[in-house]
Design a protein around this ligand. Structure first.
Ligand SMILES: NC(=O)c1ccc[n+]([C@@H]2O[C@H](COP(=O)([O-])OP(=O)(O)OC[C@H]3O[C@@H](n4cnc5c(N)ncnc54)[C@H](O)[C@@H]3O)[C@@H](O)[C@H]2O)c1
Length: 255
């Protein structure tokens, strides 16, 4: 990753922060792009990276951020889209369209805006790699009526853009994390939406994923080691998807 310029959205916290640290550790120059400027500055200082203020919920903000990066820092080799917001687990009768729109706007539309801004430039240079962070929530049902469909959209978007830009030398892949120990998950635990023991018990490996494990998968997909891989959705979930159907048969054989 020497000499590579890597932009990570949502890099002020959680999975994005872990990705920024992993790429920096491997020798890349990292742009920490986030709407949380204080958090972005903290991470960028620690990894000797650049900070760019970007709210992916706004087309103008993404355009301005991308223009700033191209003018001030250089051409982007890798884009990681980790910026995202979670949703409260409300039934449709209580989930306002305002909340539904906010989640879909950031998680799906925002991911597309960033792909369009940076991927178009990559396709003109005829090289680059994009990794979008979706979720296992986009692959199965759950009480997340905006977040789930938005993440399913991110998975499909990865396939669409992989086919669009493959002929131009740009690879686009997706990583779908399961329950991952991050500040946003902690918030869900603190407000009793989620419970650590329940989440851990629902995986084959019996634990939460840590953010560094997601970063390792993202790094792999963006690296030359994955040069023939495009359009895939790599699940990193400690075996959540394979374990949950076993609940119908009394659960996993733990002993
Ligand atoms: N933690 C999990 O269990 C889990 C599981 C599956 C998928 N994910 C996905 O991983 C990604 C990162 O989640 P996390 O758990 O690290 O969350 P986090 O809250 O710790 O970090 C999210 C970061 O995104 C930034 N962000 C949010 N909205 C933004 C916007 N509009 N513009 C720019 N930056 C914005 C926040 O400021 C924050 O720095 C999200 O896309 C999330 O949906 C997380």
């Amino acid at each position: 990753m020497q000499q590579q310029l890597v932009v990570v959205t949502g890099a002020a916290s959680g999975i994005g922060e872990a990705c920024a640290r992993e790429f920096a550790r491997q020798g890349a120059t990292v742009v920490v792009a986030d709407r949380d400027l204080a958090g972005a500055q903290r991470v960028a200082t620690e990894i000797s990276g650049h900070v760019v203020a970007m709210d992916i919920g706004s087309e103008q903000s993404v355009m301005d951020g991308a223009a700033q990066i191209f003018e001030r820092i250089g051409s982007v080799d890798v884009l990681v889209n980790s910026a995202g917001v979670l949703q409260r687990t409300l039934p449709p009768s209580q989930l306002s369209m305002k909340e539904w729109d906010l989640v879909a706007n950031v998680d799906l539309r925002g991911t597309y805006l960033c792909c369009a801004a940076f991927g178009t430039a990559m396709s003109e240079r005829r090289r680059g790699a994009i990794v979008n962070i979706a979720s296992v929530a986009g692959m199965r049902s759950g009480p997340l009526h905006s977040y789930g469909p938005a993440k399913a959209g991110v998975i499909n978007l990865g396939e669409c853009l992989a086919a669009e830009w493959g002929p131009k030398g740009v690879r686009v892949n997706t990583v779908s994390p399961g329950f991952t120990a991050t500040p946003s998950l902690q918030k869900g635990i603190a407000n009793h939406t989620l419970e650590t023991e329940n989440m851990s018990r629902s995986t084959a490996l019996g634990r939460l994923v840590n953010a560094g494990e997601i970063a390792a998968a993202v790094f792999f997909l963006a690296s030359p080691a994955a040069s023939a891989i495009t359009g895939v959705n790599l699940v990193v979930d400690c075996g959540y998807l394979v374990a949950t159907p076993w609940g119908s048969y009394g659960g996993l054989r733990r002993n």
